[in-house]
Write a protein that binds this ligand. Sequence first.
Ligand code: PHE
Length: 459
Amino acid sequence: MALGSDSGRGMWSNRWVFVLAAAGSAVGLGNIWKFPYIAGENGGGAFVLIYLVCVGLVGIPIMISEVMLGRTARSSPIHAMRKLTDLAGASRKWVFIGWMGVVAGFMILSYYAVIAGWALNYILLTAQGTFTEISADGAALTYNEFLASPLQLIFWHTLFMVLTIWIVGRGVSQGLEFAIRWFMPLLFILLLVLLGYSFTSAGFAQGLEFMFDTRFEAVSGETWLVAMGQAFFTLSLGMGAMMAYGSYVPENVSIGKTVMIIALLDTFVAVAAGMVIFPIVFANGLEAGQGPGLMFVTIPLAFGQLPMGEIFGTIFFVLVSFAAFTSAISLTEPALSYLVEEYNAKRKRVAISLGVMCWILGLGTVFSFNIWSTGYIIGQMTVFDFVDYVSQNIMLPLGGMLIAVFSVWVLPQTTVGEQLGIRGGFLGVLWKLLGGLVAPVCVLVIFVYTVMPLFTNAG
Ligand code: PHE
């Protein structure tokens, strides 16, 4: 990425490079793989609506806070929190935010690399014509057979991790900016092509109804928790990735406006992915709530029916893989930048050590789909479910809530005013109301109602 050397640690060359990098972090498996399957498992429409509310009322203010903290401190999240607590004369306990982010990033990357590995394998499968005119059952069978083989999963998981560590270890390079500049727009175009296809499919009306028809009977406290976790995950919030990227944002960039653009792009990709997938699901008599396999069954199925589907399908999975790389890189950034700054360590060495540890943890996810598929950690949760649940639904919202509270109630508001260009007035009230009250209270209420009973029941 274009980190110029005009200041000591570098800076994005302009606002758009930051938008690209942050959108690269935000748009990933969370949008194309996770959002549709979580919406499918949680009843569709009402979930989508709650998710949009969470993005607007909680996600956007927290992203603004995170980028602002990064830009104020201009260092890795852990160091940033140290500097900022000193600036505010507050307790060093707040640095916990930075540490929890490092752990959350580590946990997320451990399974992210496994699923991204599936996408890599699907590039090859699609290119070979495996899905040409395949039936719905055939597509499901291909997926199930792949998952049943730990060795195959480990191969692709390893490949993804090695490539990520290679890119990260080289420094966030020109190559990445090139990828983001070309592949993100291409991803948008291909999504539009696929939207066109699903528009003409027999299941379009049913798919649309599933996504936008709000049947609130299906909503529980758990729905809110999952929607909120998804909003944090998809916007890369609550673990310091945006803080790390924010630390390179030039002074003259308007944080508020830029964050809106990033959130809009991210939301568009998620909703478009759902609108592509559900019509195809219904047109083929598949199930909406089939879980993590949703994208890996319906998308190949759709391409299999299209003229030149092998070519488009291959490009699609290449793009998904790129989207996953640009997100994976940002997942390593908080830990990596901290270790490099703190110990003056070599980036490459730190990257390799982190990669190896993460790879080992990732084996838990690999086995969750085959030999450990009934090895539950708590309740009915496999290792994958557990790592995913704790990081996405607990650590990210908790981190995000603390970030918002810190920004509004602890940091001197003169600093905030300078950073965000707010001089009291309507924006000042809005900032306090959303960042200081609505966002933290929403997270807290959802926590108290859903997470607490989970632990009291389990214990
Ligand atoms: N936002 C990424 C996605 O949707 C995942 C991610 C989460 C990246 C947290 C960085 C930090 O795929």
